[in-house]
Design a protein around this ligand. Structure first.
Ligand code: AMP
Length: 394
């Protein structure tokens, strides 16, 4: 089939132009209804992850995709799902699990838009919203359900959703589900699905627990990895404060109090140091949580939630928190301890600048840190400005 490219004015759905319908999405042949739906979204060609994942999922194979939010991964699984399920079958055939309500809503938007082409119904079920409305929506026989694990199990328990006909399951942001303590729920849910099923797992990082799921729950999965564009610090304002090691605590308190820092992720190098700093701040009546790899799952989950909801607007963390977690809207990252290397610095500081948001990073530099700081400055090219804080003023 020849590839037809079609140009339409931005915002004008293809169906309203005189141009012919495209027969393919990039190189990928799809049903006209699905192509029309994609075109309505103004997606003119597949993103790299879509180019790789869609053909493999269309063949019915399992997929492990390492990709970040922003790569187009939702379309990568939503398109083959919409393409392959049967609109005449009113059972739930596809299930997409997400760690948070926000992601569930975002995913639902895209899945609805794509599935609409073939007349598919999609319903979102997530915690923190009326269960009765969701029950009413589930009665309308959706073929696709997007869910957070806890609320989905609640519906299963009430008999308001049946999962035994689910033949396509997506675990989206699997590492985040792990961080939030949802893996036992996810395992229970997997046990309720059709035995013959296609499983797709997407995760920004691949900790051993996630690899374990891939090994146990998936059949000969195809691994697809799309390297994220290097995290950028370009949109981050970067400051440093020169301070003696023993005065770092007082500098931090002054920063928080005097600099209008409403919320911050504060990095320490070891678990023990993170705990000590959190205790010291709490004693000084700073509303602070702590997050590191030595904590039990439940405690990590609570710390994350409390930070996300603003209950503890400051979070002291080790590098565990620097990777993988998509903590929303962090305005400030404070390097209380200097990162071990440039890459770690970029990952830490990248926490503030997600999705193009601007942020501020402040690095406390003591005598011991000068060598590393010099390396940072050389690699990042003179972007650091001295912070106006006078550590030693009364
Ligand atoms: P995601 O990584 O799935 O959250 O997608 C990131 C953003 O890219 C979303 O706003 C999508 O609507 C958009 N997007 C996904 N696929 C495409 C595409 N092929 N062309 C243009 N935009 C896309």
């Amino acid at each position: 089939m020849p590839t037809t490219t079609i140009e339409s004015r931005p915002g004008t759905p293809a169906s309203e132009t005189n141009a012919p319908q495209p027969e393919r999405f990039g190189e990928i042949a799809l049903r006209p209804q699905t192509l029309r739906a994609i075109h309505h979204l103004n997606w003119t060609s597949p993103t790299p992850i879509q180019r790789q994942v869609i053909p493999v999922m269309l063949e019915g194979r399992d997929v492990v995709g390492q990709a970040q939010t922003g790569s187009g991964k939702t379309g990568a699984y939503a398109i083959p799902i919409a393409e392959r399920i049967d609109p005449a079958d009113l059972n739930v055939q596809a299930l997409i699990l997400t760690p948070t309500r926000e992601l569930a809503l975002q995913v639902t938007d895209d899945v609805k838009s794509i599935g609409r082409g073939r007349g598919l119904k999609t319903v979102a079920v997530y915690g923190g919203a009326s269960i009765n409305n969701q029950i009413a929506e589930l009665r309308r026989r959706p073929q696709i359900v997007v869910a957070t694990p806890g609320r989905l199990l609640d519906h299963v328990g009430r008999g308001t959703v049946r999962l035994q006909h689910v033949t396509k399951i997506v675990l989206d942001e699997a590492d985040r589900m792990l961080d939030m303590g949802f893996l036992p729920d996810v395992s229970r849910i997997l046990g309720l699905l059709a035995a013959e099923r296609q499983t797709a797992l997407f995760s920004a990082t691949m900790p051993p627990e996630i690899r374990g799921i891939a090994q146990r729950q998936m059949k000969d999965p195809v691994s697809i990895r799309i390297d994220a564009p290097a995290p950028t610090v370009d949109t981050v304002e970067q400051f440093y404060v020169e301070v003696a090691e023993e005065d770092k605590l007082s500098a931090l308190r002054k920063l928080i109090a005097g600099d209008g820092i409403d919320t911050a992720l504060i990095f320490r190098r070891t678990q023990h140091k993170a705990d000590r700093l959190a205790t010291a701040l709490a004693r000084a009546h700073v509303n602070v949580g702590v997050l590191h790899g030595g904590m039990r799952q439940g405690a990590r989950l609570r710390a994350l939630r409390d930070f996300e909801t603003g209950k503890t607007p400051y979070l002291v963390a080790t590098n565990v928190a620097a990777r993988g977690l998509d903590l929303p809207a962090i305005s400030h990252v404070i390097n209380y301890d200097m990162p071990e290397d440039v890459e770690t610095y970029i990952h830490r500081v990248g926490r503030t600048a997600r999705a193009g948001r601007a942020g501020t990073a402040i690095t406390l530099v003591s005598q011991h840190d000068l060598e590393m700081f010099d390396r940072l400055r050389k690699s990042l090219g003179g972007r650091f400005r001295r912070h106006g804080l006078n550590v030693y003023a009364r």
